[in-house]
Ligand binder design. Structure first.
Ligand code: MF3
Ligand code: CO
Length: 237
């Protein structure tokens, strides 16, 4: 899993370097695919239930699963980049919301809160806790900042499959669900909106957008639970 996750992290790092006003989401997708193929790995999303691309590129009010295409990024946009990698029998999955050029303080606050929420969740991913301790920590932080947590999509176990048990909601009461154990590998991925938590799916069958048109942000790491602190397998700089 370290191998798959390292490649996913590398993709996000390179996308961050390439990101600037004027680039299209399709161009970002091809950068990602080139890196992954060059590492003798496979894009995990491409072909998954018919998904057509390597990345999910979700701009502004798009929550997740935005399909790369002719969209030209503009100064002031935020874009969530999600990448899945399959390498030597294992999956890695990671996402980051990035800023394009000069972004409003409101948008930056949303993005910062989503990233903080991910880390609050990860901090609860320790042996002996229960699964929903992660969920609760994420929701508490997001709602304290007066943003909302998307309900329709959740994090997941990950390993030899992209999506394994358990599902990891980003909301809920603490101390419920399975007890976390050393060796579990999880993809924790809060999606948060500036307005309502409700989403619509566009007619492409994939792109989730906020129902009220408000901005949305998404961060994801694949992590491993140990006897001490969790290991963030998709960490990058
Ligand atoms: N990170 C998301 C997930 O784990 C992305 C999935 S995109 C899909 O579900 F195309 F693979 F569905
Ligand atoms: Co995921």
């Amino acid at each position: 899993m370290e191998g798959a996750c390292r490649i996913a992290a590398e993709v996000l790092q390179e996308i961050r370097k390439a990101l600037s006003p004027g680039i299209t989401t399709k161009e970002l997708d091809s950068i990602a695919e080139t890196i992954i193929m060059g590492r003798k790995a496979l894009p995990a999303f491409k072909g998954y239930r018919g998904y057509p691309a390597t990345l999910c590129t979700s701009v502004n009010n798009q929550v997740v699963h935005g399909i790369p295409g002719s969209t030209v990024l503009q100064n002031g946009d935020i874009i969530s980049i999600d990448v899945g990698v399959f390498y030597r029998g294992f999956y890695g999955d990671a996402a980051v919301t990035m800023l394009v050029g000069e972004v409003s303080e409101d948008a930056r606050r949303l993005v910062r809160t989503a990233e903080e929420a991910l880390y609050f969740g990860i901090n609860k991913a320790v042996a002996g806790n229960r699964l929903s301790d992660i969920s609760y920590a994420i929701q508490q932080h997001v709602e304290e900042k007066c943003f909302s947590v998307v309900r329709q999509f959740v994090g997941h176990g990950i390993g030899r499959e992209l999506h394994e048990e358990p599902q990891i909601p980003n909301f809920g009461k603490p101390s419920l669900g399975p007890v976390l154990k050393e060796g579990m590998t999880l993809a924790i991925e809060p999606m948060i909106n500036a307005g309502t938590w409700q989403v619509d799916i566009l007619s492409d069958g994939w792109t989730a957008v906020t129902k009220d048109g408000s901005l949305s942000a998404h961060f994801e790491h694949t992590i491993a639970i140990t006897s001490a602190e969790p290991i963030i397998l998709t960490k990058f700089h």
